[in-house]
Design a binder for this molecule. Sequence first.
Ligand SMILES: NC(=O)c1ccc[n+]([C@@H]2O[C@H](COP(=O)([O-])OP(=O)(O)OC[C@H]3O[C@@H](n4cnc5c(N)ncnc54)[C@H](OP(=O)(O)O)[C@@H]3O)[C@@H](O)[C@H]2O)c1
Length: 204
Amino acid sequence: MRVRTAGRRAADLPLDLTDDNSLERLSALAAAELGPLRVVINTAGLLHDGALQPEKRLSQVRRQALERSFAINAFGPLLLAQAIEAALPRDRPVHFASLSARVGSIGDNRLGGWYAYRAAKAAQNQLLRTLAIEWQRRLPLACVTLLHPGTAATPLSAPFSGTLAPSALFTPARSASHLLDVLEGQSAASSGAFLAWDGQPVPW
Ligand SMILES: NC(=O)c1ccc[n+]([C@@H]2O[C@H](COP(=O)([O-])OP(=O)(O)OC[C@H]3O[C@@H](n4cnc5c(N)ncnc54)[C@H](OP(=O)(O)O)[C@@H]3O)[C@@H](O)[C@H]2O)c1
C-alpha cells in the first residue's frame, strides 16, 4: 500500500507491511519529518490473491497461506504501530485505528471456513487490544480502535459480494465516511474497542 499523510507535512510513500526494511524507512521518516501524527489508519489487509484463496474446508489449509495472512493481517498492523510510535504526541489525543473484519470475531463465527483470514484478523484484534493497554500507560491520550467496515465494493470483496443486495454493499467512500464518524466518537477512555461501521461493538 501507499502511506499517505495529509496536513502540513504531506507524504506519499510505498509501504510493505511484511518487509522490515520498508517499515524501518517509514519509522525513520515518521520520526524525522512526519510527526506529530494525530490520526493513523491502517487500511491494508489480504483475503485472497492468485495463490491464496479463502479455505472452504480443512483439506485446503496451507501453511504458507496461514503465514502470509498472519504477516499482513495480524503482524502488519502491530509493526506499523511500532514504526510510527515515536511520531505520536504524548500530550494530545491520538487515534490509531486498523481495519479488522467481523469474520475475525470468534464469538460471532457461525459459518466457519476462511481459516487463515478469520484467525489472522482475530490475532490482530488481540495484538491491538494488548497495544491499547500498553498505551494507556505510555501514551495516555491515545485511542486504539479495530474497525469492521461493513461489506465494501473493493477487489477484496468482489468474488463474494455477488449475492448481496445492492443496499448491503457500501461504496468505499461510504464505508470510510462511516468509519470516520465512528472514530470521532472514540477517545482514550474507550481505547481497545472493536467496532462496526455503525458504531456497534463486535463480539471478540
Ligand atoms: N471490502 C470489504 O468488504 C471488507 C470487509 C471487512 C474487512 N475489510 C478489511 O478492510 C481492509 C481494506 O480492505 P479492502 O476491501 O480495501 O481491500 P483491497 O481493495 O484488496 O485493498 C487491500 C489493501 O491492502 C494493501 N496491502 C496488501 N498487502 C500489503 C502489504 N504487504 N503491505 C502493505 N499493504 C498491503 C493493498 O495495497 P496494494 O494495493 O499496494 O497492494 C491495498 O491497499 C482490509 O483489512 C480488509 O480485511 C474489508
